[in-house]
Design a protein around this ligand. Structure first.
Ligand SMILES: [Zn+2]
Length: 378
């Protein structure tokens, strides 16, 4: 079982501080994980990601399965050797990418068949194959294959998706046990995923079922899939009432400060999102006052750094005007600088979140942060 210690529960909310012990380092939670889809965080050296302070990044099973594929990863002894990233890796199951990237897919009880978004070739994921692939990757935290419903799903389909997800959850655990017994390559830890779309009774049923299984951690899936902000908060706060919260809780794919704060408020320990690095490559930079679009003309002669007090390479060395110039000139260096800045912002943000929990003033911190972040047009 995964070593997870709840260090402190905040007095006025469900927010909590935890410590997660993984094979390649100990993490303080709540924690944000940058996304390194194919085994690297786009445009950044591993050293940069590590030096910011990140101990855990996320890689995508779907992408790694398509390229370089299990055979190459196996020959290198897993992703850590292959990529030289020496800290922890969480891999998603590929389920979400199958549903979002592959427009031709067929869900059956045994698994899902889909066309590669790269060359159209046909592939099949089963709950068992996905656990095996994550074992070959050498994942420190693996996720079960699940069926993620569209926000507009009919109730009949939502029930079916949940039932298939539950069946796949127990089959994933069985496969993990088998790999361990046979001395095969098994991921270090396995998290189950709650589904149930936007139906309270299904959410409750799914939370209780997944909590009844011996997973190392629990993810609340099927959120942040295009629903309203109110629905995100409503279904998240409803679902956590029925989850075994002695284990780490994870909400997948959320990366806006608002959603992250709402997740922390509800006792969530982990989240990931591609957003900070994706928008960085388009010239959008996070600051405590909001998101700055550095490509705007008003920054042309601006000699200030992006953020006073930020410790990233960009803010220590370069002006807004120079960064704007790099974006305008199409220099890839611009994306590198902006990505490091945004990941530094999120790291500092999470450290401030943890400090506010420590001091029992999380709700105050949340309110102040959001007031500042929303009201200042940049
Ligand atoms: Zn910076």
């Amino acid at each position: 079982m995964l070593e997870f210690e709840i260090v402190k529960n905040e007095k006025h909310s469900k927010a909590r501080l935890g410590r997660l012990k993984l094979a390649r380092g100990v993490l303080d939670t709540p924690v944000f994980m940058p996304v390194g889809t194919t085994g690297c965080v786009k445009t950044l050296y591993h050293e940069t990601v590590r030096n910011i302070g990140y101990q855990l990044i996320l890689a995508n099973t779907y992408h790694l399965h398509l390229q370089p594929g299990e055979e190459v990863l196996d020959s290198f002894g897993g992703i850590h050797n292959f990529s030289s990233w020496d800290r922890n890796i969480l891999t998603d199951s590929g389920g979400f990418q199958v549903f979002s990237l592959s427009n031709l897919r067929k869900i059956k009880d045994e698994g899902v068949t889909f066309h590669s978004h790269i060359d159209g070739s046909i592939h099949k994921f089963t709950p068992e194959s996905v656990v095996r692939t994550q074992g070959i990757i050498g994942s420190n935290i693996a996720m079960c294959l699940d069926v993620c419903s569209d926000p507009k799903v009919t109730r009949k389909d939502a029930v079916r998706h949940m039932e298939v997800t539950h069946d796949w959850a127990s089959r994933s655990l069985a496969e993990l046990g088998k790999l361990r017994n046979d001395g095969g390559k098994a991921p270090d830890n396995l998290f189950g995923i709650i589904q149930g779309a936007f139906c309270e009774d299904l959410r409750k049923q799914s939370a209780e079922y997944i909590s009844s299984l011996p997973f190392d951690g629990i993810a609340i899936g099927g959120l942040s899939v295009g629903e309203s902000h109110e629905d995100f908060i409503r279904y998240l706060s409803y679902t956590v009432n029925y989850v075994d919260n002695s284990r780490p809780l994870y909400v997948m794919g959320i990366g806006s400060p608002l959603y992250m704060l709402k997740a922390v408020e509800n006792g969530i320990d982990m989240f990931d999102c591609v957003q900070p690095t994706r928008v960085a490559r388009h010239g959008l930079l996070y600051t405590k006052d909001g998101v700055m679009n550095i490509t705007k003309a008003k920054y042309r002669n601006d000699t200030h750094p992006i953020s006073d007090g930020c410790s990233c390479t960009l803010c220590r060395n370069y002006s807004r005007g120079y960064l704007r110039h790099l974006f305008k000139a199409g220099e890839t260096f611009a994306g590198t600088l902006a990505s490091e800045h945004n990941l530094t912002f999120f790291y500092d943000f999470m450290r401030n979140v943890r400090e506010s929990i420590e001091q029992d003033r999380f709700l105050e911190f949340e309110r102040e942060f959001l007031d500042n972040f929303r009201t200042s047009p940049l």
